[in-house]
Design a protein around this ligand. Structure first.
Ligand SMILES: C[S@@+](CC[C@H](N)C(=O)[O-])C[C@H]1O[C@@H](n2cnc3c(N)ncnc32)[C@H](O)[C@@H]1O
Length: 257
């Protein structure tokens, strides 16, 4: 991690409003993730989210009673996390640090997670090894990975890019690196890093983010309500071939032996 990366992520979070209370597709996906996670997580204990950014998932876990630690290289990201925690009156710990060298002793946490982090590194092995190191034996590892690939949710992103290019406000995207990943590669990564019982499946088929529609609060709300009401339908697509093609992320979990 270099200073440029930290600056990039600070800039990223400077533009992002607190996200947890937003009624967006991401909020629908967060609730689905939590439904998958609750049965595999221990009933209580300490959790660590690496690269937490606004820490939406950790915040939901804190509300459910877990003692959550959020770690990020970006102070602005941690500020977004604090904003989410205070909006929900949850408590947690916020640590500035680097996933390549976690400032915790071996075996500290009952669960360690990351959401939308590992795809940003060409080789995330060192980060996963660190996450496994600070995990207790029989502790749960969870990561959702958003690889560079087509997904229904992001299928209209190009509209925003074209618009920004036309008005001369193209964004410097070179630091927002996302590598491609297959389910097989993710499973191999988890196993190489010492996890057992690895389970990886494609997930997150939801209707596209439509930049123009998102300008209108009413249309945004209508889209959210529709997807929220039909959540079981979208969730049923997880793990299917369709999700391999249209899904937004991979759900990946494993256990430390
Ligand atoms: C795309 S954001 C995902 C944030 C959040 N988990 C979410 O889904 O909204 C990636 C996060 O990883 C953090 N990050 C990037 N490199 C990191 C590193 N080496 N160590 C810790 N955090 C890092 C960034 O600051 C950013 O907050």
């Amino acid at each position: 991690m270099d200073e440029g990366d930290r600056r990039f992520w600070d800039g990223y979070w400077a533009d992002e409003p607190p996200t947890l209370m937003a009624r967006t597709m991401t909020a629908v996906l967060d609730r689905i993730k939590l439904e998958y996670l609750r049965p595999i997580l221990p009933p209580a204990g300490r959790t660590l989210e690496v690269g937490s950014g606004s820490a939406r998932l950790s915040c939901l876990l804190a509300v459910a009673g877990y003692r959550t630690v959020c770690l990020d290289i970006s102070m602005k990201g941690l500020m977004a996390a604090r904003a989410n925690y205070s909006a929900t009156k949850a408590s947690g710990w916020f640590v500035a640090g680097d996933g390549f060298g976690l400032p915790f002793r071996d075996g500290t946490f009952e669960a360690v997670l990351s959401t939308g982090l590992l795809e940003h590194f060409e080789d995330p092995s060192q980060v996963v090894l660190e996450m496994v190191r600070v995990l207790r034996p029989r502790g749960v590892f969870y990561s959702d990975i958003v690889p560079r690939k087509f997904s229904l949710f992001r299928s209209l992103e190009w509209v925003g890019r074209v618009k920004r290019a036309l008005i001369g406000r193209a964004e410097p995207e070179e630091k927002f690196h996302e590598r491609s990943f297959t389910a097989r590669e993710i499973r191999d990564l988890l196993e190489r890093c010492g996890l057992v019982g690895a389970r990886v499946f494609p997930a997150g088929v939801v209707p596209p983010y439509v930049p123009l529609l998102h300008r209108s609060r009413r249309l945004r709300e209508a889209q959210f309500c529709l997807v929220e009401r039909t959540r079981t339908f979208w969730k049923r697509l997880d793990g299917t071939r369709l999700a391999e093609w249209l899904g937004f992320y991979y759900f990946a979990c494993g256990t430390k032996p």
